[in-house]
Design a protein around this ligand. Structure first.
Ligand SMILES: NC(=O)c1ccc[n+]([C@@H]2O[C@H](COP(=O)([O-])OP(=O)(O)OC[C@H]3O[C@@H](n4cnc5c(N)ncnc54)[C@H](O)[C@@H]3O)[C@@H](O)[C@H]2O)c1
Length: 215
């Protein structure tokens, strides 16, 4: 089926639909109307209908959405019906925290390898996965069908290491280093900035405080 281009804003909302639908399924709910889903998710029913219409709707008028079907279809759209092999570069505080997060596997993200430059970390295992040195990276990527690399190294090294990953065949980078990577267009980069999320929280907390001080 040919799919029309879907905006990144819609894609950005899909994981949340996926999570809510997963919870509904666990609770034994088989059908849900866009109005009920809207109340739970605190987004408008029309937003839900518009978002899901991008993919053909999945709902029948007056009948609601089939929760399991919608969950499965959104999972397919997000590529969660397939496994994705992942490596982590930089196994310090953040890299280790990510490596220890076992729930990734339940979504099909398989942690295949950990890499660092610190020789003291060589061979140390995190959740059964040994830390390797960077000189093993090239062969490892080729032999283990690695699709995604998480980059949890210092900012100063990120650009150089990202280029090396791409040279060695990695097609997608989950970038935690606080720097923009300029890479060939066919390389997919997802930047993660916890601090930006915290700044948004700070804005909202500040605004809330100001509003209540005025009362
Ligand atoms: N995006 C976010 O939300 C977020 C949150 C926390 C930290 N960070 C960033 O993530 C990075 C890691 O943070 P941390 O607290 O884990 O740091 P850390 O110092 O604990 O770990 C960094 C690791 O990278 C390794 N390393 C350094 N150069 C390397 C290279 N060229 N190749 C491979 N490995 C290399 C180091 O040996 C070390 O083990 C930093 O850039 C930090 O700013 C981002």
């Amino acid at each position: 089926m040919e799919r029309k281009e879907i905006s990144q804003a819609v894609i950005g909302r899909l994981p949340r639909y996926y999570r809510y639908l997963g919870e509904l399924m666990e609770g034994g709910v088989e059908r849900i109307s866009s109005n009920d889903l809207s109340k739970r998710m605190r987004v408008t029913a029309s937003q839900i209908r518009q978002d899901l219409n991008n993919f053909g709707g999945f709902g029948q008028q007056g009948y609601g959405y089939n929760v399991k079907y919608l969950y499965t279809e959104i999972g397919k759209i997000l590529g969660l019906d397939k496994n994705h092999n992942i490596i982590i570069i930089g196994v310090g505080n953040l890299g280790q925290a990510l490596a220890n997060y076992a729930a990734f596997e339940s979504r099909g993200f398989i942690l295949k390898g950990l890499f660092d430059v610190n020789p003291r970390l060589e061979g140390v295992a995190v959740r059964g996965v040994p830390i390797r040195m960077m000189d093993e990276l090239k062969d490892f990527v080729i032999n283990n069908d690695i699709e995604i690399a998480a980059l949890t190294i210092p900012k100063s090294k990120a650009i150089e290491v990202a280029a090396m990953l791409v040279e060695n065949g990695v097609k997608a980078i989950w970038n935690f280093a606080h720097t923009d990577l300029s890479l060939p267009e066919d390389v997919i980069v997802e930047n993660v900035h916890l601090s930006e999320s915290l700044m948004k929280l700070s804005y909202n907390v500040t605004r809330y405080r100001e509003e209540h001080e005025e009362e």
